[in-house]
Design a protein around this ligand. Structure first.
Ligand SMILES: [Zn+2]
Length: 90
């Protein structure tokens, strides 16, 4: 089946960004009491979606250092089954 090249030579109109931009600060920088610790899945859960995916930095507002630590902690927590890899629907 040949796809008609409707957008030949020009891009389709881009949809507006759904995420409204809110200035957020890194929660780990502002609050020193919370740590990205793989033994603390309750904190990590705030940074994964309900499907079990790690939220990107542009949503969480974390700084690069802490996002990296957090990603590591989530991956560790997954391997020892404190967090799910995928949350199946239904
Ligand atoms: Zn930070």
């Amino acid at each position: 089946m040949a796809e008609p090249s409707r957008f030949h030579g020009q891009r389709p109109p881009r949809p507006q960004k759904k995420f409204f931009h809110r200035r957020k600060f890194c929660r780990f920088c502002t609050d020193s009491t919370i740590k990205s610790d793989y033994k603390n899945p309750m904190t990590l859960r705030d940074f994964v979606t309900e499907r079990g995916k790690i939220m990107p930095r542009r949503i969480t507002g974390n700084c690069a250092i802490h996002q990296r630590e957090l990603t590591l902690a989530i991956k560790r927590a997954r391997t020892i089954a404190l967090l799910p890899f995928v949350v199946s629907e239904g």
